[in-house]
Design a protein around this ligand. Structure first.
Ligand code: SAH
Length: 471
């Protein structure tokens, strides 16, 4: 899209500033915001102003910037420019016409100047900046909507991994070698893309250069037509897409194939890459679409065919999710695997229902247990370690046997009027919560027709429930 007519044309470039300091005229808040930016990037700053705001005082005291107490006029300004070579000048006094006059003087001297309140008088404007070491992303609306530029920056900040500079550093150390090994730029690009979209990128981001190097070596030695597949075991959280981790979202947008559980909500599935193949492998109570062995086999088959496979599981993959078994089966076949934790139903449901899981007055521990029975209907739990008064008990998959769970807890020592709550479809717009006691809850749940997924919370913490006030 071209720039609309009658707007100033700006061309984004990265400017080499070298050792030359930047000059800032003015010591107020706007000057301070520019100075902080220059300082973050590592540019030396000389500020000239009769007074400084407190954050700038702090920088002067730390000797991070130099300060000259001069009330600037055009003549004094010219002598400043003559005394030292400045690459960049910011004009940020509260006298608008003085800023414009000084910008014009800079132009005569061939120095780049920005009058902060006046893009028309400026030779450059300052973009909103995402600064992560070697990686810098500049966002500009040409001065038309600075708040929008900042908003876009916050969106980008969320998706760029924190270790991106370490990744850039790793790639720069490998650049020359790849150039020699693969003179064809298309081949080099292919290898780097596979590296970045696979497990190598995140490893280098975390500074694990030895492992990243191994991944790169595998890509270098494997034939370019036979990409190496991998599997990502990712927790999708309890239902609300806002509870996805940044890593989960990134991988969801990179996957070729997605094998997902029935617990993964449609709103979350909508965030998966549009052209990824989606395969439901969900298990509902007594109704398994695929057996665990079949799921493992499918994961292995797709990965061995060179696909990037996302195994998307409700909550956390390692909490009652059989993620451990999948990890074992995949590593047995030497398939690279990443595990991304998710917010488990206990954390999500408790938070959205306003029930603290621990409380210093009444619950010093919190136990997650499963109410899932074996094929013969038996449930072997060590009740004496569970039915404790200073403990919160969270029961997953307990809905279908709720009456017997409550009876067992009473039989093993908890009072019949002990507080209990149940949360259905927690964290989703359909969430329902009932609180009661071990005696009353089964009947209440029956009356209100609770369905799965539902989570049971037993313990005094239920009495501390404060339903959150929604904005
Ligand atoms: N790995 C998942 C748990 C899988 S077991 C996790 O970490 O959350 C499935 C059980 O989790 C369900 O039967 C139910 O007890 C609980 N559960 C999962 N999501 C839930 C939700 N949104 N609301 C209530 N319970 C939920």
């Amino acid at each position: 899209m071209t720039t609309p007519p009658n707007t100033t044309l700006w061309f984004p470039i990265m400017l080499r500033v070298g050792e030359d300091p930047a000059l800032v005229i003015g010591g107020g808040k706007i000057a301070a915001s520019k100075i902080h930016l220059l300082h973050t990037v590592g540019i030396r700053v000389h500020v000239v102003a009769p007074t400084l705001c407190s954050s700038l005082h702090h920088l002067v005291q730390k000797k991070d910037i130099t300060h000259q107490t001069t009330h600037i006029q055009p003549e004094t300004f010219l002598s400043l420019l003559n005394a030292q070579h400045y690459r960049l000048v910011y004009l940020a006094t509260d006298d608008h016409s003085l800023n414009a006059t000084l910008a014009a003087l800079c132009k005569e001297q061939g120095i780049l100047a920005c009058a902060v309140d006046n893009p028309k008088a400026s030779h450059f404007i300052t973009p909103a900046l995402v600064h992560r070491g070697l990686v810098q992303i500049a966002i500009s609306t040409g001065g038309a909507a600075p708040v929008l530029a900042c908003y876009i920056r916050s969106l980008i900040e969320r998706i760029i991994p924190h270790g991106i500079s370490a990744l850039a550093q790793f790639m720069s150390t490998q650049k020359k070698r790849l150039h020699i090994l693969f003179p064809d730029p298309k081949q080099r690009r292919h290898i780097w893309e596979q590296f970045l979209e696979g497990i190598g990128g995140p490893m280098a981001c975390q500074g694990h250069y030895t492992q990243a190097q191994q991944v790169l070596e595998t890509l270098i030695t494997s034939s370019p037509h036979k990409p190496t597949g991998e599997v990502w075991l990712v927790g999708a959280g309890p239902g609300d897409p806002d509870l996805l981790t940044l890593a989960a979202l990134r991988l969801m947008q990179n996957a070729d194939v997605v094998l997902y559980d029935h617990l993964v909500t449609p709103d979350i599935l909508n965030l998966v890459r549009r052209d990824a193949k989606r395969i439901p492998v969900g298990k509902t109570y007594q109704q398994h679409t695929l057996s665990q062995e079949e799921i493992n086999a499918e994961l292995i088959r797709y990965a061995q065919a060179g696909q990037r496979v996302l195994r998307l599981k409700g909550g956390d993959p390692f909490i009652f999710g059989r993620g451990g078994e999948e990890l074992q089966a995949l590593t047995d076949c030497h398939i690279p695997v990443r595990v991304i934790p998710g917010i488990s139903a206990a954390n999500g449901c408790a938070a959205y229902a306003g029930i603290p899981l621990t409380h210093r007055d009444c619950a010093q521990s919190c136990l997650f247990i499963t109410g899932h029975t074996k094929a013969d209907g038996s449930l072997t739990l060590e009740w004496s370690a569970i039915a404790l008064r200073h403990q919160t008990i969270v029961i997953y998959m307990g809905l279908s046997i709720l009456p017997s769970l409550c009876t067992q807890l009473i039989t093993h020592g908890l009072p019949p009027d002990w507080p209990a709550a149940i949360i259905e479809q927690g964290t989703t717009p359909a969430q329902r919560v009932i609180t009661g006691t071990l005696t009353s809850l089964p009947e209440l749940v029956r009356q209100h027709d609770f369905i799965t997924p539902s989570l049971l919370i037993v313990g005094k913490v239920v009495q501390h429930r404060v339903p959150p006030v929604l904005a």
